[in-house]
Design a protein around this ligand. Structure first.
Ligand code: ATP
Length: 238
């Protein structure tokens, strides 16, 4: 298998901070169109790994996207190659309207922007109803939907989602994950998801890795990870 056979291939990822090794040699193989979940306790290195894929964190080791080495590329360049990032805390512009936020997601693209807007308003009817409202006035769940829709406006091949459930009520979390499943089924968009809610992440994912102290301690198909006793005890509460 070569890098071209994968959406993302990570080899020997290491991130050292002065007082801490955040990631201590992580390898990932993410297939085209698959949903890949990174699980693990606080401080395990999940967010750092995700940020390395979109160039937000400089690391040792190698990250390739569809066969292309991303080493040294700026985040904007990586975004243009087809990786969209939905950061923890969402990163929408509160003073801009929903529609303005979504148009920003199209990244200066002129063609097909209105069609894409109409399409995503169809998927996210609550955003359609609130299109002229400032993003800052939306509920937490609506802001998360907006962050996802904005990322999709750049037609990514891969969506990076950092804790999409964070701070949301359980019912809203289920709604967000239902939309992610819909997007995955409809668009075939690949996803790398960092998530504390292991049960939901494992329902959505094809493959999962469990990180602890910067290393992968468990890797495999999501169904197998879900059945692991250690995962059930630590993350699934059963
Ligand atoms: P969480 O689930 O709590 O978000 P995580 O698994 O995503 O955790 P990371 O955010 O990747 O973990 O952090 C891994 C470790 O690296 C943590 O101990 C964190 O404190 C440390 N770390 C992350 N960023 C920095 C930084 N900029 N400077 C120093 N240490 C950092």
């Amino acid at each position: 298998m070569t890098d071209n056979d994968f959406a993302v291939r990570v080899r020997g990822l290491v991130k050292r901070y002065p007082d801490k090794v955040a990631v201590a040699g992580v390898d990932l193989d993410i297939h085209h169109g698959e949903v890949f979940a990174l699980l693990g306790p606080n401080g395990a290195g999940k967010t750092t790994t995700l940020r390395a894929v979109c160039g937000m964190v400089r690391t040792a080791g190698r990250v390739a996207f569809r066969g292309r080495d991303l080493t040294g590329l700026a985040t904007e360049k990586i975004a243009r190659l087809g990786i969209a990032h939905v950061p923890e805390g969402r990163g929408t512009f509160g003073g801009l309207t929903v529609a303005e936020n979504l148009r920003l997601g199209a990244y200066g693209r002129k063609d097909g922007v209105q069609q894409d807007l109409d399409f995503w308003y169809g998927t996210f009817p609550r955003l359609a109803e609130r299109r002229e409202q400032p993003a800052g006035s939306l509920s937490g769940g609506e802001q998360q939907m907006l962050a996802v829709a904005r990322a999709l406006m750049c037609r990514p091949a891969l969506l990076l989602l950092d804790e999409p459930s964070l701070g949301l009520a359980p019912m809203v979390v289920r709604e967000v994950f239902a939309v992610l499943r819909e997007i995955r089924a409809g668009q075939g968009t690949g996803m790398l998801v960092v998530e504390q809610n292991a049960a939901l992440a494992l329902e959505l994912a094809d493959t999962a890795h469990v990180l602890e102290a910067g290393r992968t301690v468990l890797a495999g198909p999501a169904a197998e990870i879900r059945a692991e006793d250690s995962v059930r005890r630590a993350y699934l509460g059963s």
